[in-house]
Every structure is written in structure tokens, then in C-alpha cells.
Design a protein around this ligand. Structure first.
Ligand code: ADP
Ligand code: MG
Length: 275
């Protein structure tokens, strides 16, 4: 099983949109996918059409109580299962404060889980607290979504450092495996420039032990359909299957699977189109 946490401690960069739509794309290509919503905002849960009340079993009960993953997991589409979140997950951080081994709870619950999946994907909150730590000790891979603006790389060094420490102390298999640009404005010079900076930044990191990082060719273009889909409670593939958003996430999922993306003309950078 591949296990991937989608992390960026900045909010609004496209984590949840990527977690939900990559999960849905992988499920549609026949992979059995379990998506875990680790964000108290429960955006991934809402995006997939579930609205829980406090009593409903959720990831909160997995982290703070006796619930197993199977107790709270729900199938939301063919091949796609969700471990949902509710706002009460925000309290977990405090409730677990005195607990020994609190950053290893999800890992242990996953080890006790009998169900087999091809992909485990975790949508993380915009912080590096105990919820994100539980994700980092559970997975083998981190995906980093970046929004191509001027401060895109701000804070990334801190995230890399956190990954390194968790890898050293708690989870030796952990590595940053993918970087993906989200909300890409394909016809702006800034996007092309930031894209180049990001690429250079990670080339520079490779000499420091980040040799496996893959900068995905597929850029997720800004597409209003992606922003509309959550309010219909479905992935982009049900809501707008012919949109750029659906095309981009299908392509990204192809790359995640190790296949070549089917690149569209608009994905090319302006400099490349002009010259
Ligand atoms: P995060 O999980 O990092 O906070 P989200 O995935 O929730 O980020 O995205 C932030 C907002 O931007 C959401 O309203 C989402 O619908 C919207 N959004 C995400 N990706 C795109 C995109 N490619 N084009 C347009 N809107 C997007
Ligand atoms: Mg989110």
C-alpha cells in the first residue's frame, strides 16, 4: 500500500482539493483508496457529501477513544472510502496533550486494520501539531501542494525540517515524494517564474538528501469548477467531468500511478508558447 499525507502548514493552497480529487481519480482508475480527513475543518468530509454530527463516529473517536478505523470508515464511491472528520477533532489536540505516544495513535490503528487498500491518503490541517504528526508517523510519503505566488516557498524549509526529524526519530520510511502546483494561472509570467523557483529550490534540496522529490509536471490550473464542486458534495469527476479541473487531477493521478500525463496545450508555460 502507498500511504501519502498531503501537507502544507499554510491554509488555502489546495491540500483538500488535491486530497479529494486525487483520491477520486485513483479510485476511478481501479485503485482501492482510503482517504482520512485529519482536519477539524472537515472540508474533505463535506466535499465528499458527508456532514456528521458530534455523535457520529469520526476520526476523533479513533484518536481519542476505542474506535477502530473500520468503525468509522464509510464507503462514499466505488473503490473510495472515507474516514470522516467533525469539528470536534479540534479538541483532540488538547485532550491528547498528556498522553504518552500521542503521535503514534493513527499508525497503531492502521496496523490493526484488516482491510486492504492500494492507497491511503491523509488530508492534513494547516499546522504542524499532533494531528499532522499522527499523519507523518503513519505514511511513507508526503505530497506538498504549493500555490504559485511570491511567498510559495515561505515555511517550506520548516516543513522539510519536521519531516526530517520525524523520519529520524519515529518513521524511517518517511520522505517527501511529490510537489504539485495548485491554482496555477497558466498565462501569467509570475506563475512561470514561481514554477521555476520551486523547481530550483528542490533541485538544491536534492543534494541535501531529498533526492526522491518529484516535481509533478501536471499543474492544477485555477478552475472555478474545482471551487464549486465541494458545495455539491462530490468530486470534480461527478460535478464537472469535462472541466480543466477534472482533466488536471486525472493527469496528476496518472503521474502518481507512474504513468505519463496526457498534457494539454494550456499546461505549457507562456514562454514556451511565445517562443
Ligand atoms: P487547503 O486545504 O490547503 O486549505 P483548499 O483545497 O481547501 O486548500 O483550497 C482553498 C480554496 O481554493 C477552496 O475554496 C477551494 O475550493 C479553492 N481551490 C482549490 N484549488 C483550486 C483551483 N485549482 N482552482 C480554483 N479554486 C481552487
Ligand atoms: Mg484543507
Amino acid at each position: 500500500m502507498r500511504s501519502i499525507a498531503i501537507i502544507n502548514q499554510k491554509g488555502g493552497v489546495g491540500k483538500t482539493t488535491t486530497a479529494v480529487n486525487v483520491s477520486a481519480a485513483l479510485a476511478r482508475s481501479g485503485q482501492r483508496v482510503c482517504l482520512v480527513d485529519m482536519d477539524p475543518q472537515a472540508h474533505a468530509t463535506l466535499h465528499l457529501g458527508l456532514a456528521l454530527s458530534e455523535e457520529d463516529p469520526s476520526v476523533y473517536h479513533v484518536l481519542t477513544g476505542d474506535a477502530s478505523l473500520a468503525d468509522v470508515r464509510q464507503q462514499v464511491e466505488e473503490n473510495l472510502w472515507l474516514v470522516p472528520a467533525h469539528l470536534d477533532l479540534a479538541a483532540a489536540e488538547m485532550e491528547l496533550a498528556g498522553e504518552v505516544g500521542r503521535e503514534l495513535i493513527l499508525r497503531d490503528k492502521l496496523a490493526a486494520d484488516a482491510e486492504a487498500f492500494d492507497y491511503l491518503i491523509i488530508d492534513c490541517p494547516p499546522s504542524l501539531g499532533v494531528l499532522t504528526l499522527n499523519a507523518l508517523t503513519t505514511v511513507n510519503e508526503v505530497f506538498l501542494p504549493l500555490q504559485p505566488h511570491f511567498l510559495a516557498l515561505h515555511g517550506v524549509s520548516k516543513l522539510l525540517k519536521t519531516i526530517q526529524i520525524v523520519a529520524q526519530r519515529l518513521n524511517p520510511k518517511l520522505r517527501l515524494s511529490g510537489v504539485v502546483l495548485c491554482m496555477y494561472e497558466s498565462n501569467t509570467r509570475l506563475a512561470a517564474e514561481v514554477s521555476r523557483d520551486v523547481s530550483e529550490f528542490f533541485e538544491g534540496q536534492q543534494s541535501r538528501g531529498w533526492s526522491d522529490v518529484r516535481f509533478y509536471q501536471t499543474r492544477i490550473r485555477r478552475n472555478v469548477r474545482l471551487a464549486e464542486a465541494p458545495s455539491f458534495g462530490t468530486s470534480i469527476f461527478d460535478y464537472a467531468p469535462t472541466s480543466n479541473g477534472a482533466e488536471d487531477y486525472a493527469n496528476l493521478a496518472r503521474e502518481v500511478l507512474g504513468l505519463a500525463p496526457e498534457r494539454a496545450e494550456e499546461q505549457l508555460e507562456p514562454a514556451m508558447r511565445e517562443g
